[in-house]
Design a protein around this ligand. Structure first.
Ligand SMILES: Nc1ncnc2c1ncn2[C@@H]1O[C@H](COP(=O)(O)OP(=O)(O)OP(=O)(O)O)[C@@H](O)[C@H]1O
Length: 521
């Protein structure tokens, strides 16, 4: 244990722990991040949260900034630690005095992430116990939350982005732009706090490195959509899987909506990208399974190509709708109409999403697609944003809800987790239950969800298994009705499962506000 100076100077704003740490020149104590996180959870105003996080970020030493920013946002950076909920059920007795530094925790996480192969499970448990035994009670609960990704701070990454700007005294817009292009809080914190605005300005769209895809908001019909966008083009909305295709010379990289590298799974898309005339480009679009007559297969057919590498027979067609970079020129800030023109010049029409005027809605539906996306002609590409520049119109309404719990089935479904408890995102980072359903579940889905939900289990009560609120499921329904039985005062009528959305994090599920907006007036 590190010696503690007898007379540590204490003020009301700075925690003694960080002073000891800086006196001893050992970097910041991990307890400082745990305390900042606890404080932030208790604060309600965004400004106050940003100020508290900025203070914590400013106290970090050079070598700790990347890790520290990641931890404050609730993620042990991008490492897979291979530690499940079960191994954290029993913790060793906590240390009585804080002694862990941020850098030490980071090194321990690195070591955990590198363990693999035979015997690694035992080694992982030993390393984890050693780390936790050095942590105080509050550090233990913070470490646990970090490891299992359960900090419950809502959309904290964006707040940490603002805190980076404040701590580094650089414009927020610069930090947001760097985050959109790199998507890595740690790298952005390092640049902002280490060098400043200049380093942030140097962030560019790099061919080969995916950026967060632009998202669409929703409107009930075309008129409402056009009101949001102003002058716009209307594109078919294909129910495939989002792909971002990067090509540099012969090298091709394909990334999913969640920025996972799916190149090896889509050889036909790699071939298509290589057949295009450009030398370096970044394309945005959908990969979709189409029948010979051009109509789409159900989404599950497309989805199956992402679930496993082998045993597939159906070919996916790339259908592109945006061009973000071409031969050394970034197009992100160019108006939508200009990007669309550049796309048409690069990509033949059979690999482009049909685009036109309002008549496209009827054409898309006639061809079996789910609707249209209305796109502002003057709007730039807003990576990672769900803005007003892209607005989707789908005649059949579905909601993306989060599974909160699930009941063991009976009769034919005995042994399977069946009846799902569904929640929408609440205003405070929690979830509001809206109802239950076991409808629409095939045997394959029942088997899959049983395994998946058991891996997310937190506790049981009677025949209900409660789970970490992480799994998103797309639900169709016939309406929203008032119901005193549920906490939001509303319930879904005839809710049924359309499909699982394991490409979508719970933080992007639909909100209770959206659901309340669907009540009949
Ligand atoms: N022409 C198109 N332009 C943009 N996105 C399209 C288009 N056709 C299909 N899409 C898909 O629609 C999604 C846009 O809708 P949104 O941003 O709301 O994401 P989402 O919540 O996954 O959508 P949804 O739940 O409606 O499928 C994109 O991620 C993309 O996968």
């Amino acid at each position: 244990m590190r010696p503690i100076p007898d007379e540590a100077p204490v003020t009301s704003t700075v925690r003694p722990s960080s002073i000891w740490a800086s006196l001893l020149n050992v970097g910041v104590l991990f307890a400082e991040l745990a305390a900042a996180t606890e404080d932030v959870r208790a604060l309600s105003g965004r400004k106050d949260k940003v100020a508290r996080l900025a203070a914590a970020l400013a106290s970090l030493d050079e070598g700790e900034r990347a890790a520290g920013a990641g931890y404050l946002a609730g993620a042990p950076r991008q490492r897979v630690l291979g530690v499940g909920w079960a191994s954290l059920k029993e913790l060793p007795p906590p240390a009585s005095v804080a002694s862990l530094s941020v850098a030490e925790v980071d090194t321990a996480f690195d070591a955990l992430a590198e363990l693999s192969g035979p015997g690694s499970q035992g080694a992982r448990r030993a390393a984890l116990t050693a780390l936790l035994a050095r942590a105080t009670e509050s550090e233990q609960s913070y470490l646990r939350a970090l490891i299992i990704g359960d900090l419950r701070q809502g959309a904290l990454a964006a707040v940490v982005g603002d805190a980076i700007a404040r701590a580094a005294e650089v414009p927020v817009a610069l930090v947001r732009r760097a985050l959109m292009l790199r998507g890595d809080l740690g790298a952005v914190a390092e640049a902002a706090l280490g060098v400043g605005a200049e380093a942030l300005q140097a962030f560019r769209l790099e061919v080969g490195r995916p950026i967060a895809p632009m998202l669409a908001s929703t409107a009930p019909d075309l008129d409402a959509a056009l009101e949001k966008t102003g002058a716009a083009a209307v594109e078919w909305k294909l129910d495939g899987a989002r792909i971002q295709v990067h090509r540099s010379g012969d090298d091709v990289g394909i990334f999913s909506r969640t920025l996972d590298d799916v190149t090896a799974r889509l050889p036909e898309v790699v071939a298509a990208a290589r057949a295009l005339p450009g030398d370096a480009f970044v394309l945005d679009g959908e990969a979709i399974a189409l029948r010979d007559d051009g109509t789409p297969y159900p989404f599950q057919v497309t989805g199956s190509r992402f679930a496993s590498r082998s045993g597939h027979t159906v070919v996916l067609t790339p259908m592109f709708f945006d061009l973000l970079h071409l031969d050394g020129v970034d197009l992100l800030d160019r108006p939508g109409s200009e990007r669309a023109a550049a796309l048409s010049a690069l990509v033949p029409s059979e690999w482009r999403v049909p685009r036109g005027g309002p008549e496209m809605l009827e054409a898309a539906l006639a061809q079996g697609h789910e609707g249209v996306v209305v796109k502002g002609l003057d709007a730039p590409y807003e990576a990672g944003r769900r803005g007003a520049a892209w607005v989707k119109v789908k005649p059949i309404h579905t909601l993306d809800l989060v599974v909160l719990g699930v009941e063991w089935g009976s009769g034919r479904r005995r042994g399977w987790l069946s009846n799902l408890h569904l929640g929408a995102r609440g205003p405070d980072g929690g979830f509001v239950m809206l109802g239950k359903t076991f409808k629409g579940l095939t045997d394959a889905l029942l088997e899959w969800q049983t395994q998946k939900l058991l891996s997310l289990e937190t506790h049981r009560s009677g025949h209900v298994v409660f789970v970490r609120p992480e799994l998103v499921v797309e639900i169709a329904f016939d309406g929203v009705q008032t119901s005193p039985r549920y906490p939001g005062g509303v319930a879904l009528r005839f809710a049924r499962v359309v499909r699982y959305r394991d490409d979508k994090p719970a933080a992007e599920a639909d909100t209770i506000e959206t659901v309340l907006g669907l009540r009949p007036r």
